[in-house]
Design a protein around this ligand. Structure first.
Ligand SMILES: [Zn+2]
Length: 121
């Protein structure tokens, strides 16, 4: 199946997805404690520092969680680019608005379907 998007537009999306990936990888790297390899930071041995470590750890885990789901979206988008189904709404099979894709290259549904879905919730 071939999409109606121009080569230039698709190249732009590939570029955006790659940049997003680099940013996520950098964030992932920042969140990882270099000594332990986990998201648990080490500020020191004191009680205050421990409390701070736990708070940061919680925040880090949340970030990691959203980081991982963003990463999954990017990988999914890349595989759709490879298959030529990128930019097609997964619910109604119509092309997604280019502006929407520019704002969020990992979009997999059109505005109308997204709206319908959100209203169902
Ligand atoms: Zn749709």
């Amino acid at each position: 199946m071939n999409t109606s998007f121009s080569k230039e537009f698709l190249a732009e999306m590939i570029e955006m997805l790659q940049q997003q990936k680099v940013r996520l990888e950098r964030q992932l790297n920042d969140l990882t404690n270099k000594e332990t390899g986990s998201a648990f930071p080490s500020y020191g041995e004191g009680e205050d520092e421990s409390a701070e470590e736990v708070a940061t750890y919680d925040a880090n885990l949340q970030l990691l969680d959203s980081n991982q789901s963003e990463m999954r979206d990017i990988i999914e988008s890349e595989s759709r680019l490879a298959k030529g189904t990128y930019g097609i709404c997964k619910y109604c099979n119509t092309p997604i608005d280019e502006q929407r894709l520019r704002a969020r290259p990992t979009s997999s549904s059109c505005v109308a379907c997204k709206k319908a879905l959100t209203q169902e919730l």
